[in-house]
Design a protein around this ligand. Structure first.
Ligand code: F6P
Length: 366
């Protein structure tokens, strides 16, 4: 007979996204109402375990948060307990220390034996550390990037796509008024899922994603051909991680204290300059940036988050260990949590949506 957990600790790690609060609410209420299990909220991801910032969560504490963006627990993408930055050397490089023992002490203090770990690939690899120490970790797949291995969809993604689609629709009308090329840079790290979906949804003309390095000449010819066919404007949607054939990704900043130090950004402005130069058409760049991560989740993310949270607690109550809740072929199920650690699910070059987009005349710059 599997042992019922004493207490669940819930944390949100990595970059935030819409839908996190829907998951926190579902985990907490399902645990309390369905199984009588107590829940503790850990502040700022693994940082709260390192610094002993843990609070009891009642059903009331998670009431009225379903529609709220962000996370009531806070998040951090700098707090890997195995490699935690504790200061800087004289030359400015960070000093790291393994502070997992501090986290274990905090877990013992609150008698937490199960962690509901809400995060992306970085958070799931952080969870592996605790799995190795005997803590049961149940993962819930979060990220706007939709790049988590093991699941077809992460919550937060559909909201990001909707926000990007709305922005692209708006840029379309102003681009048309002025006869311009509009370049729109979208987040997504090394995966082009947001660009692909928002681009198709808004009928963008050119989609440049990290998985398909582009040729500037192809983009130029495509835009010039549109002009020749009487089209007044062109919308170019580019992923922050996209790069030209033989070129490199554009890096906005490096954060050596973060488990993933690279922050991409800047390709939009660079590409807009190049397009204007080679086409002689007035071109503007817009960077949506963190806008796609903020605000109210769309209904699909609220539903997904509630399903994920409920399934996670069911696994915990059944005594299942170290699983990641996933959606596979439209079925709610679970896989080993380590499947999602430190790996990224990219858009396959033969993805059906790329084929559909090409069929309706979209250029991928290849
Ligand atoms: O993983 C989510 C994400 O928003 C990426 O799309 C983006 O590259 C990165 O996080 C930005 O990170 P930060 O919030 O640290 O700027």
């Amino acid at each position: 007979m599997p042992q019922a957990p004493r207490r669940i600790g819930v944390l949100t790690g990595g970059g935030d996204c819409p839908g996190l609060n829907a998951v926190i609410r579902a985990v907490t209420k399902s645990a309390i109402f369905d199984h009588g299990i107590e829940v503790f909220g850990i502040a700022d991801g693994f940082l709260g375990l390192i610094e002993d910032r843990v609070r009891h969560l009642s059903a009331d504490n998670v009431s009225n948060i379903l529609t709220l963006g962000g996370t009531i627990l806070g998040s951090s993408n700098r707090a890997d307990p195995q490699r935690f930055a504790i200061g800087y050397d004289a030359d400015g490089s960070p000093q790291f220390k393994d502070v997992t023992d501090d986290c274990m002490k905090t877990l013992r203090k609150y008698e937490i034996d199960t962690l509901a770990v809400i995060g992306g690939d970085g958070t799931m690899s952080g969870a592996r550390n605790f799995v190795e120490r005997g803590v049961n970790c149940i993962g819930l797949p979060k990220t706007i990037d939709n790049d988590l291995e093991g699941t077809d969809i992460t919550f937060g993604f559909l909201t990001a796509v909707q926000i990007a689609t709305d922005a692209l629709d708006r840029l379309h009308t102003t681009a048309s008024s002025h006869g311009r090329v509009m370049v729109v840079e979208l987040m997504g790290r090394n995966a082009g899922w947001i660009t692909l979906h928002a681009g198709v949804a808004s009928g963008a003309d050119v989609l440049l994603i990290p998985e398909i390095p582009y040729d500037l000449g192809s983009v130029r010819d495509f835009i010039k051909d549109r002009v020749a066919r009487g089209k007044r404007c062109s919308i170019v949607c580019v992923s922050e991680g996209a790069r030209a054939k033989g070129g490199k990704q554009v890096v906005a900043r490096l954060d050596p204290t973060s488990p993933d130090p690279v922050r991409l950004g800047g390709i939009g402005a660079q590409l807009a300059g190049e397009i204007e130069r080679v086409t002689n058409i007035e071109t503007r760049a817009t960077v949506l940036g963190h806008v796609v991560r903020g605000g109210t989740p769309v209904s699909a993310d609220r539903v997904l988050g509630t399903q994920f949270g409920h399934h996670a607690v069911r696994l915990i109550a059944e005594g299942k260990r170290n699983r990641l809740v996933v959606m596979k072929d439209n079925r709610l199920t679970d896989v080993d949590i380590t499947v999602a650690a430190n790996t990224q699910r990219l858009v396959p070059a033969d993805h059906h949506l790329i084929a559909a987009a090409k069929a309706v005349g979209t250029c991928f710059g290849d």
